[in-house]
Design a protein around this ligand. Sequence first.
Ligand SMILES: [Zn+2]
Length: 368
Amino acid sequence: MKTRHDIFDLISISRMYGADSRYVLLGGGNTSRKIGEVMYVKASGCALSDIDETGFVAMSLPKLNAIWDKRYPENTKEREKEILHDMMEARCQGETARPSVEALLHSIIPFTYVVHLHPALVNGLTCSQSGKQSAASLFPDALWIPLVNPGYILAKTVRDALQETGESTLIFLQNHGVFAGADTVGQIEHLYDSIMKKLNRSVVRKPIFTEVKVHAKRVKTVQTAMERFYGGPIKYPMVSNREIASRLVDEKSFYSLSSAYTPDHIVYSGFRPLWIPEKIFEAEQPVEAVLDALRLFEKKHGVTAKIIAVQKTSVFAISEAAMALFLDTVKIAAFTEGFGGPRFMDDEQIEFIRTWEVEQYRANMSGK
Ligand SMILES: [Zn+2]
């Protein structure tokens, strides 16, 4: 028998953070509440902003705990397949949705409420060179978890760390975000307020998103090529602001936007943008030249580019969602300046996310 009336407070706190782009974007983040032996956790692919009770999956905590007594294959693919099976089996009777990628991690955090978010401000810390040291001095009681495969391995890493250090209300995940756990929603809000206040004081500067003039002819050229490559007629999102313009000067200045900071960036805006040098506009047929660049990217990487960054021009995206996550990348890049500069996910982790069935499912659910 479901006790869904018990999760009204979980729904309202989920919507509150989900609707605030400072904390999370699109289908990112997840929340849970434990009631006795049941944990209600966000379903994969749902957005927190408009979640209702159908967006949560009831799971058996004893069944989730039993996962730790099992031995899984060493082979990553086989292991992930078995884990996914066991996660689905751990759902309470009658549940049909797929639980969040991080449900297992939620289950081991010893608090009633767990709220996991990806604030750009937090990721300025978790995606930076001195993130670990800065986190230790700003949040001495928090756990810092290095970059590991999400899902089972991440949950296992956190579980081992918790067994060593005891309870932690805050867990920072390198190149990902933060988990906050507490026994009341009021305490969760207090935790997030204090994180945001401290980080706001620690960043050296905020990104400058004032619009700048665009080169209309170049924009037309790129958009025409995009329409031909991706299909049209669609007006593909294009942005140019001071922060982006300062990074479109050359490839070196673009470095801090040139790869993926977190799994969500890979899911929504691609594992890396396509960089197009401005000399492309000197070609006899610039539209054809841009088309060639788009085709070459696809041939080389096996996927089409979701973000196209054109030197001294603008940034283009294949969808509003891709643009939203790219702008998040821009914010994170600026915030990392307060913590020793940017630090992207490593190639191995990027590859894991790109091929992980669980993330492909999530991307499909979000229509990306
Ligand atoms: Zn996350």
